[in-house]
Design a protein around this ligand. Structure first.
Ligand code: PGA
Length: 259
């Protein structure tokens, strides 16, 4: 059963803080060329998420390409005295179509709370940008049987007060924290089961038809060219969020070619 009316899987490359501006531009150029040459557009939607200062130059590379631009974070106010922050308004101006929100690295290192994540989701949707809401349990939460409670709480609190008017999109990325960057993804059935829990929680917020048309559930955490097939198109899973395996053009192109 597909999660959504979207027919093609969604693939997001999360480059985190791994690349310089120049390296981001070169990688974007190589990936856009491969995407076009191999006609990958027929098989998947691609979103590249560089570090903030690389957004504008990467946007320039992606001009006239069908590859989308994503940001790795956003602030929840549209404008004002918030030193160091970046608004959804400015991201929109740069051509950003997707924003990763609530990534576990931000929850862990920047102490982002569920309330902050919810404000960011609202601010992003207000600009017509698609939030990529990251949820996932830590290893100890999983070991102590709290996994599904944690995920349901993260989803419900992030979406409190959110309405999805037509034309808006929302992506929920299930990213088990203990698996990110480990080189060892979870088993397919675990990702599928978690997607079901996420969908169940979504039904408390949105109608079935809104979910079908406007929401996608994807998996992230040590996805690579070998295991990608275990996730995309399996059960409710409609795409992937890729970190490490998206940092090198050849490897990431191999991953995309599997779809
Ligand atoms: P990984 O990162 O693919 O390197 O595990 C995924 C993510 O953190 O989004």
């Amino acid at each position: 059963m597909p999660t959504t009316a979207h027919t093609k899987p969604l693939v997001l490359a999360n480059w985190k803080m791994n690349l310089s501006v120049q390296e981001s531009v070169v990688l974007a150029r190589n990936l856009a060329a491969a995407y076009s040459k191999l006609k990958l557009k027929e098989h998947l939607e691609l979103v590249l998420c560089p570090t903030f200062p690389a957004l504008a130059p990467v946007a320039e590379v992606l001009k006239r390409q069908s590859v989308c631009l994503g940001a790795q974070d956003v602030f929840w106010k549209p404008v004002g005295p918030y030193t160091g922050e970046v608004s959804a308004r400015v991201l929109k101006e740069l051509g950003v179509t997707h924003v990763i929100i609530g990534h576990s690295e931000r929850r862990q290192f920047l102490k982002e709370s569920d309330a902050m994540v919810q404000q960011k989701v609202l601010a992003t949707l207000a600009e017509g940008i698609t939030p990529v809401l990251c949820v996932g349990e830590t290893f100890s939460e999983r070991q102590t049987g709290q996994k599904y409670l944690v995920i349901a709480r993260q989803v419900a609190s992030a979406l409190a007060g959110v309405t999805l008017t037509s034309g808006l999109g929302l992506v929920i990325a299930y990213e088990p924290v203990w698996v990110i960057g480990s080189g060892q993804a979870v088993e397919t059935h675990e990702a599928q089961e978690t997607a079901l829990v996420i969908r169940h929680t979504l039904l408390d917020v949105f109608s079935e038809s809104t979910i079908a048309r406007q929401v996608r559930i994807i998996y992230g955490g040590s996805v690579d060219p070998v295991n990608i097939g275990n996730f995309v198109g399996r059960g409710l899973l409609a795409g992937v969020l890729v970190g490490g395996a998206s940092l090198e053009a050849k490897r990431f192109t191999n991953l995309m070619k599997k779809l």
